[in-house]
Design a protein around this ligand. Structure first.
Ligand code: FAD
Length: 410
């Protein structure tokens, strides 16, 4: 029997699911509540769309059920994804394993998905608000919308998370999943900036520097990363901050105190830094302390670290006391700042939390709670690190669900 498949959500995972199912012979209808599909795809990779990553391993994903993401990703791999996009017309560019469309235009990824959906005759209803979902019989779904009733024998929820709601993912999918009987692990912002305590941040806004960032909580290191940290007027941003941010989100939600520790001289050990400062002080005793780190660190950042070490900027370097030099070593290598909060869902790129994957079959993405219902993409309790891993999750879950939901079982 030909499958009639309804997909709620026309983002990355929904479009992939629709195309895969239509290729299996299903009649597909996508219900999208925005005025166009795939809005979020357009903002990915700063408008260039980091589609996937050639180096994909289990540690790139977080999920309460640790084994779950790879079970799905192995069923529709990075290579399957590249073959799929090649087939629909995307020539890719490989930047150290990070994959982009050759045109470096996210719109190209969306355009090719739209064109393929159109070629396959997928019906797309835009600005369509879902009011309720009813299930009658074994596999009959009735979706009541402001554009009338839509019926099908398979349903895919591809509504995304709560991150960047301006693109359409406003969290309404969590309610739909809950109403259908699913459990939702509290969604929290991830891949997001961290707001930190300290009255010096206003001075530091706009500075970018190579650093190691470690998140500390209850005497443990929760996560660490290295790269270009951006200092802002409220705290820290940049890729390494994003990479550790979901751990801050979770710990803060549990009411724990979280500290970010920055190493501003990652190429030198603590001991090397100590010796380096000692030698430098001996080599330039007549310089003003305010100029002591010129050529080492951004001047404004150096000024803040010197002051926090109790060093007056207008004294000669020769007058810097030994304990102050030691303090400066510590500030350079282990600058600690209390994390008060993350930025909100509006600024987050993804969410951690979502529909509990224990309720989903990884072989098909079908719900264990409601037969005939499938859940895909960021709606689930899986979040990847920066680097193309979240879109890969959307492509893989979409394809696995589409393949199963669309299959004509005769
Ligand atoms: C600024 C930014 C940059 C990013 N860059 C990258 C990157 O370069 N690489 C990468 O891998 N990942 C990136 N991501 C993450 C990636 O975009 C998402 O993980 C991915 O788009 C999730 O796909 P999805 O289909 O699950 O959800 P979405 O793409 O969010 O799609 C969900 C769709 O469902 C619709 N919808 C929601 N609720 C309803 C409803 N009730 N009824 C009808 N329709 C509904 C929404 O309007 C939307 O169209 C980025 C995210 C952001 C915000």
């Amino acid at each position: 029997m030909k499958k009639q498949l309804i997909i709620i959500g026309g983002g990355a995972s929904g479009l992939m699911a629709g195309i895969t199912a239509a290729r299996e012979g299903a009649e597909v209808t996508i219900l999208e509540h925005m005025e166009r599909v795939g809005k979020k795809i357009l903002s990915t990779g700063n408008g260039r769309c980091n589609m996937t990553n050639l180096s994909l391993r289990a540690e790139h994903y977080r999920c309460t059920q640790k084994q779950f993401p790879m079970k799905v990703l192995d069923r529709f791999s990075v290579w399957d994804t590249l073959a799929f996009f090649d087939e629909i017309g995307i020539v890719t560019k490989n930047k150290n394993g990070y994959i982009y469309p050759n045109s470096e235009q996210a719109s190209a990824v969306l355009d090719t998905l739209r064109m393929e959906a159109e070629r396959l005759g997928i019906a797309i209803r835009l600005s369509c608000q879902v009011k309720s979902i009813r299930k009658k019989g074994r596999q009959e779904f009735f979706v009541d919308t402001d554009q009338g009733m839509v019926c099908g024998n398979r349903l895919i929820l591809a509504t995304g998370s709560k991150a960047a709601p301006v693109t359409g993912s406003d969290g309404s999918g969590y309610d739909l999943a809950k109403r259908l009987g699913h459990t939702v692990i509290t969604p929290l912002p991830a891949l997001v900036q961290l707001r930190c305590e300290g009255n010096y941040y206003k001075q530091l806004a706009g500075i970018r520097c190579e650093a190691v960032i470690k998140l500390l909580c209850d005497g443990r290191t929760l996560a660490a990363d290295q790269g270009e940290v951006q200092l802002t007027d409220y705290g820290i941003s940049g890729i390494p901050t994003f990479q550790v941010s979901r751990f801050a989100s979770v710990a803060l939600a549990e009411g724990k105190a979280v500290t970010a520790e920055l190493d501003f001289l990652p190429s030198k050990s603590m001991e090397d830094t100590r010796l380096f400062l000692k030698k430098r002080a001996a080599a330039m005793p007549e310089r003003m302390a305010g100029d002591f780190l010129v050529g080492v660190l951004n001047r404004k950042l150096a000024g803040v670290l010197l002051k926090l070490s109790g060093i007056a900027l207008d004294q000669p370097v020769r007058d810097i006391a030994k304990p102050s030099l030691e303090k400066l070593t510590m500030k350079l290598k282990q600058f600690q700042t209390r994390v008060i909060a993350t930025n909100s869902f509006e600024q987050a790129q993804v969410c951690c939390g979502g529909v509990d994957t224990r309720e989903i079959r990884p072989e098909t993405m079908e719900s264990r709670v409601v037969p005939g219902l499938y859940l895909v993409g960021e709606l689930l309790d899986v979040d990847g690190v920066c680097g193309g891993y979240n879109l890969q999750w959307a492509w893989s879950t979409g394809a696995v669900a589409g393949r199963s939901a669309g299959r004509d079982e005769g």
